[in-house]
Design a protein around this ligand. Structure first.
Ligand code: MG
Ligand code: MG
Length: 257
């Protein structure tokens, strides 16, 4: 069942969302060649917990062992931070963060370049970021869930990249994963109706090669089947009836029309 949130509940979710946005701003200058993903995880956990009542919601969720997911290059999502994973110049790393603050969750991911990346990887980051923007706009129009995936498809079409189809966005609220599922492909006018009061995590994942995925030996990390590089951007957004309000922005209250 899809639960609608009141404006007061949305305001609470956005307070956690702002912590994630601030965390990304703090992480950005720290994502440099030579740093380990474990160091990023420690920083993220301390930053989140420095806000009264905030906890990293992924820690322990389904048994996940860390505060954030760190997925490098061909890894798409659910990478486990490790002291042995050192970032190199030219890598990209997706950091996926969930915060629970006073019983309400928010969820956001950003893919960062490590030093200088190739022009093709830069293009992947820009296409994936634009896919998220267009998908958020589509959600704000209060049509159907299929409109969101359709907007992602329209951005990716003709780029030579492919949409990871097996992983989806989701509702967010008391739990970090709620109904409905939000696929990154779809037909306009299909799927569940979008209504004011819905809070959704919209999260396109785009691969430079195959859309197919595989699970790595750690049984957590999902990577592209053909080893091609992939990017992932995610925002938690509230559907207000006057567009979609991004709750995991630096500036709370930014409206995307
Ligand atoms: Mg996430
Ligand atoms: Mg998510």
């Amino acid at each position: 069942m899809v639960e609608l949130k009141t404006p007061a509940e949305i305001a609470r979710i956005s307070r956690g969302g702002t912590i994630i946005a601030d965390l990304f701003d703090e992480l950005e200058p720290r994502i440099i060649p030579g740093i380990s993903t474990a160091a990023l995880d420690v920083f993220a956990e301390e930053f989140i917990r420095s806000h009264k009542g905030a906890v990293p919601v992924f820690k322990g969720l389904y048994g996940f062992p860390a505060a954030v997911c760190t997925s490098i290059n061909e890894e798409i999502v659910h990478g486990i931070p490790s002291a042995d994973r050192i970032l190199n110049e030219g890598d990209i790393i997706s950091v996926d963060v969930g915060v629970e603050l006073n019983g309400w969750c928010s969820d956001s991911a950003r893919t960062f370049p490590v030093g200088r990346v190739s022009a093709e990887v830069e293009r992947l980051l820009s296409v994936t970021g634009e896919a998220l923007e267009r998908a958020v706009e589509a959600a704000g129009a209060l049509g159907h869930v299929g409109d969101i995936g359709h907007a992602v498809e329209r951005v990716v079409e003709g780029t030579g990249f492919s949409i990871v189809r097996d992983l989806v966005g989701h509702g967010v609220g008391r739990k970090v994963h709620e109904e409905p599922q939000v696929p990154n492909f779809g037909k306009s006018g299909t799927g569940p109706l979008l209504r004011a009061g819905m809070v959704l995590a919209i999260e396109p994942m785009i691969s430079m090669g195959s859309h197919e995925i595989r699970t790595l030996a750690d049984r957590w990390t999902l990577a592209t089947a053909d080893g091609s590089v992939s990017a992932h951007f995610e925002h938690t957004v509230a559907l207000t009836g006057e567009g979609a309000r991004v709750l995991t922005h630096d500036a709370p209250g930014v409206e995307v029309q």
